[in-house]
Design a protein around this ligand. Structure first.
Ligand code: ADP
Length: 308
């Protein structure tokens, strides 16, 4: 069963800008899926179309088999959306915010109360239910957004940059909550530019750039394809320029620092052997970027030349 199926989806905005150039995307039921891309890539446009906030120019979207144009109400019922910006009233209580949302989906009062309690407990907000939302911390406000999106028991939860701007500790605790929601059977699609977030949470991933899907695969496979590690070396003695070394791409940062790209096929031992041959001593070495970040740059670079 597909939670989401997108075919040849295009979006041209009124100013003529082509934000989506015909994307295809499938997300299986039960998946935890990452949609990744730099700013302006088309992530929000895609999510906006899926959640009926933006009208597509052409193409089709179906959600759990419901066509978004022909069966819009059923399709919409399957979706819970957590937008980027916190958009509930700052003056309402946490309980009210979530409970009211259930009303928009026509859920009877008794069931709405049950759902509200379940979602607030799930997001660890039950003890805050009577708190006026402006008194909540940033992380709690984000959790209210998720509780509200879950109140009508959607089969697909869409999270648009759910942890933007929250600190790392809160982010990690939110990851645990999201994992649990997924474990209980809700399909999740997440957009993020915290690559670590996608790596930690998601099983499958699509990378979008300039309105095109440039990569669509499983996270483990994608990571295993990564062929280069990047390191920053601190040198014991100053160097006036980058040394030349077979098999390694070396960039001179300053007289004490080099950036080195190490192909997986070469390995660090070979690098150190080469360095010692040239009497270069290294005090310390650290990974320049997270693996997924590097992969992301490789994929986007590789696709830069594609003109449509
Ligand atoms: P992302 O979410 O990946 O940052 P968006 O989907 O928001 O990207 O935007 C994709 C592109 O479409 C960007 O270049 C953006 O400037 C443009 N865009 C977004 N909304 C509009 C709009 N209402 N009118 C014109 N261009 C838009």
């Amino acid at each position: 069963m597909k939670a989401l199926s997108i075919k040849n989806l295009k979006k041209k905005y009124a100013n003529g800008f082509e934000a989506l150039k015909g994307i295809d995307l499938d997300v299986a039921a039960g998946d935890f899926f990452a949609l990744l891309g730099p700013n302006g890539a088309g992530k929000s446009t895609t999510i906006g179309i899926i959640s009926s906030l933006v009208t597509a120019s052409s193409g089709s979207v179906s959600i759990f088999g419901y066509d978004l144009d022909a069966q819009r109400a059923q399709a919409k019922n399957c979706i819970g959306l957590v937008p980027q910006e916190i958009n509930f009233s700052q003056f309402e209580t946490v309980h009210n915010i979530v409970f009211t949302q259930a009303g928009y989906y026509g859920i009877p009062r008794k069931q709405a109360l049950i759902n509200t309690e379940r979602c607030l407990k799930q997001m660890q907000l039950w003890d805050k239910k009577d708190t006026v939302s402006r008194r909540l911390s940033g992380g709690m406000k984000r959790r209210v957004m998720i509780a509200r999106a879950l109140v009508h028991q959607p089969r697909l939860l869409i999270l648009d940059e759910p942890t933007a701007g929250v600190d790392i500790e809160i982010r990690r605790s939110m990851w645990d909550l999201m994992r649990e929601v997924n474990r209980q059977g809700t399909t999740i699609i997440l957009t993020t530019h915290y690559l670590e977030e996608a790596e930690s949470l998601c099983r499958n991933i699509a990378i979008i750039n300039n309105g095109e899907i440039v990569e669509n695969s499983n996270m483990a496979q994608l990571l295993s394809r990564l062929h280069t590690d990047h390191f920053i070396l601190d040198l014991a003695q100053p160097l006036a320029q980058a040394p030349v070394m077979n098999g390694f791409d070396i960039e001179w940062v300053n007289e004490n620092t080099l950036n080195v790209a190490v192909p997986k096929t070469e390995g660090l031992n070979k690098l150190f052997a080469e360095l010692s041959l040239q009497n270069i001593n290294v005090i310390s070495l650290k990974n320049k970027s997270n693996r997924l970040e590097q992969l992301f740059m490789d994929v986007v670079d590789a696709n830069k030349g594609i003109a449509k």
